[in-house]
Design a protein around this ligand. Structure first.
Ligand code: SF4
Length: 304
């Protein structure tokens, strides 16, 4: 098949738009969209220290590659990478090897922090307790805390994560299904006063398109998967959304657009006071005791 923009061979087809793109036009398309998202989400200022959450997977590696491509000419901006080792045997070591390799190749400073050092236990320890909630529930809460705290220590002015369209739409659907309007509202408020502003430049790019970009720029494909992923509710939602997308191309974009339209009718941050703080650790929290402290308490006890 030929590229819809030139006569070269296409490397990707976008079923939702009908476009076929060659290597050059696909890369150009992705980079243009990422720049547009960045402009939409923030104004980069001189002196900004951008901390990128790097897992070593295709999304965060491709994002770091792009950000370095865009900003290496700007001596007034600094890019730093931060990785979290949750302690998942047979999985994280592989992706961290990739993270180190890409950071070294791009000449970007990388800081790695582990759950074990920060909390005294690993994700494998949590999973071995056999709690009713899926391991991902704990993992997400703890990872967010490590990223926020360490980005702060690193002097970040903005935190950049590699959530792609699939991730964002899965989160929206999970909250719709649970009827969790407060979380849906908070999703939109990436610039809550208590936290360092968060940017998601890949939020409007489908996972498959990021994967093709990563492949084209030579980022090694990780073939190992987290052994706990299939236990999560997100996994089920992801499977269903992929099925919808296959039968009805454009579903994921339509969920995202619908969410953005709906959010205009919900109160924004300005109508809500600052978040209260957790009584135990003093970190911002929507409840009296934050989720991290609840997990720490739970892990102090024996098995379930
Ligand atoms: Fe953590 Fe779940 Fe991701 Fe595994 S799949 S790294 S447990 S959030």
């Amino acid at each position: 098949m030929r590229c819809s923009r030139c006569s070269k061979t296409a490397v990707i087809y976008q079923p939702y738009s009908g476009l076929h793109l060659c290597e050059e036009h696909h890369m150009e398309y992705i980079e243009r969209k990422v720049k547009k998202e960045l402009r939409r989400q923030t104004v980069l200022e001189s002196g900004d220290r951008l901390v990128v959450a790097l897992s070593g997977g295709k999304d965060s590696s491709a994002l770091l590659y792009m950000l370095n491509k865009f900003f290496s000419v700007r001596s007034d901006l600094e890019l730093v990478a931060l990785a979290v080792d949750e302690g998942i045997r047979g999985f994280r070591r592989e992706t961290l090897r990739n993270a180190r390799a890409i950071a070294r190749e791009l000449g970007i400073e990388l800081h790695i922090y582990s759950f074990y050092t920060e909390f005294g236990f690993t994700m494998d320890d949590i999973a071995s307790r056999g709690y009713e909630q899926a391991p991902c529930t704990f993992c997400g809460v703890l990872r967010r805390r490590v990223i926020e705290r360490k980005a702060h220590e690193l002097g970040a002015t903005k935190v950049i994560t590699a959530h792609n369209l699939d991730d964002v739409v899965q989160t929206i659907m999970i909250n719709y299904i649970r009827g969790d309007i407060e979380r849906l509202r908070r999703l939109r408020a990436s610039n809550i006063a208590e936290f360092i502003p968060r940017l998601k430049p890949l939020r409007s790019i489908p996972e498959k398109e990021v994967a093709v970009y990563a492949y084209l720029v030579g980022i090694p494909l990780i073939t190992v998967h987290c052994p706990y992923a299939h236990l999560s509710f997100r996994f089920t939602v992801k499977r269903l959304l992929n099925e919808f997308e296959m039968r009805h191309p454009g579903t994921k974009y339509s969920v995202l657009r619908g969410y953005e339209r709906l959010m205009k009718f919900l109160p924004g941050r300005e109508e809500h006071p600052r978040l209260p703080v957790c009584e135990r650790c003093g970190e911002p929290s929507a409840s009296r005791i934050c989720k991290v402290c609840e997990i720490l308490e739970l892990m102090k006890g024996g098995s379930k």
